[in-house]
Design a binder for this molecule. Structure first.
Ligand SMILES: CC(C)(COP(=O)(O)OP(=O)(O)OC[C@H]1O[C@@H](n2cnc3c(N)ncnc32)[C@H](O)[C@@H]1OP(=O)(O)O)[C@@H](O)C(=O)NCCC(=O)NCCS
Length: 391
């Protein structure tokens, strides 16, 4: 008896790659990564150019439409996006009540987005036009939800969204209760741009798999949030900051990293399945942190520790292709904005929501349900033994 599909590999032999390494799961126009040279582009545009010249709103349009908007299109797009910011009062209530249990903000986010679906009468209608509008609503509302979670876990009341400011200014307003400076707004915008999309990573793949059954798009986003939450994925940015705090002083770096590696533990913020070179997003965040360190002593301190870890890791692990990833320097930059580590992964989700939705809509346009195989490793055919005859 054959336990795998005849189609699954050459000569009838099963093709198998643990963690799906190197496996192609479909086609996409959203993102290109060349991991060998550390290159990343959204819809053909290099990430460095987007971080330098674009805005999060424009990147949202780019990812959803596979092209840059005209001035008028961008104006209309923003108007629509901004008009969807408010969430039902029940969503604020569930944030408050779940925060009382002291669970992680990502668990609250997962719950709140799931709950939000209850208030969308059109959640189950899967037409292209409606799904596009639902995607815009979800982008805007997820921003409100993550900022509100950030307030509530600090024991504060949510601050309602503004209608006439950028996505970044609005998020910082809702999180801090005061309007950000132009510099803060721009830094946060770059953080959102850098996290907006990243090909078929674990959370985006989860979203595509879930929606491939033609379920509602909320279910796919909830799955993506659950996946992002893990320490091997989006959870790493919080772990990096905790590691920097534990190390305390640059002189402790070498001993700390050596002993972690000797216990076969991973150093958060390093390594990547696709990049075998410097992650270009990490390079952008590092250069922002370097500029901020010139005027901010806390950033200077964290960066000193961070750079020592980086040097040690590249010297010792660089030959294995292990370099800093997006999560390594992002926390240092977010700390400058007064954001606490528990909120780093929800901010990753705040940027990535558009990437998830762009992939979900792309999947729905040319769908085939995901249904791979698994190599069966249990016993071969055996007879059922009645319970009174089992030893
Ligand atoms: C990102 C990550 C999950 C990729 O996983 P992967 O492609 O399955 O790679 P593996 O875990 O198989 O690692 C390959 C080798 O590099 C080592 N390695 C990978 N990342 C490492 C890290 N951060 N610290 C130390 N060693 C690392 C592994 O121990 C393994 O070594 P081995 O071949 O001697 O066993 C992994 O690098 C990791 O756990 N990094 C830390 C968490 C993180 O920063 N995640 C955010 C990603 S954006």
């Amino acid at each position: 008896m054959s336990y795998v599909s005849e189609k699954s590999g050459k000569d009838g032999k099963p093709s198998y790659s643990k963690g799906l390494e190197g496996v192609i799961i479909g086609e996409s126009k959203k993102c290109f990564i060349d991991g060998e040279r550390g290159y990343l582009a959204y819809v053909g545009i290099p990430i460095e150019q987007l971080a330098e010249n674009s805005t999060y709103e424009e990147v949202c349009f780019l990812l959803l439409h596979d092209r840059l908007p005209t001035e008028r299109e961008l104006r209309d797009f923003k108007k629509l996006l901004y008009s969807y910011r408010e969430v039902p009062s029940e969503v604020y209530s569930i944030i408050r009540s779940s925060a009382r249990y002291g669970v992680h903000p990502m668990a609250i986010l997962r719950l709140a987005v799931d709950y939000l679906s209850i208030f969308d009468e059109e959640a189950e209608i899967n037409t292209d036009n409606l799904n596009y509008i639902k995607a815009l609503r979800l982008i805007s509302k997820l921003h409100t939800i993550t900022a509100s979670i950030g307030r509530v876990i600090k024991g504060l009341e949510p601050v309602h969204p503004l209608e006439d400011v950028s996505m970044s200014a609005n998020w910082l307003w809702m999180y801090k209760g005061q309007k950000p400076s132009e510099e803060e707004e721009r830094i946060f915008d770059i953080i959102l741009i850098l996290h907006a999309e990243h090909e078929i990573n674990a959370s985006t793949f989860s979203a595509r798999v879930v929606v491939s059954s033609f379920t509602d798009i909320y279910s796919a986003v909830v799955a993506a949030i659950g996946s992002l939450k893990g320490p091997l994925h989006g959870g790493a940015n919080e772990d990096v900051m905790n590691m920097l705090s534990e190390i305390k002083d640059p002189s402790n770096v070498e001993q700390y990293v050596r002993s972690k590696l000797s216990r076969k533990e991973k150093i958060p913020g390093f390594g990547h399945r696709v990049y075998k070179n410097y992650d270009p997003r990490a390079a952008i965040l590092k250069s922002i942190a370097e500029k901020l360190a010139e005027k901010n002593s806390r950033v200077k301190h964290w960066l000193e520790i961070g750079k020592r870890i980086e040097k040690f890791m590249i010297e010792n692990m660089g030959q294995k292709g292990i370099y800093p990833n997006v999560d390594f320097f992002s926390g240092i930059v977010m700390s400058y904005l007064g954001i606490e580590p528990r909120m780093f992964t929800p901010i990753f989700a705040t940027g990535r929501i558009v990437g998830w939705l762009a992939h979900i809509l792309e999947q729905l346009k040319d769908n085939r349900i995901f249904r791979p195989r698994i190599i069966y490793t249990g016993p071969e055919e055996i007879n059922y033994v009645p319970i009174d005859q089992r030893s």
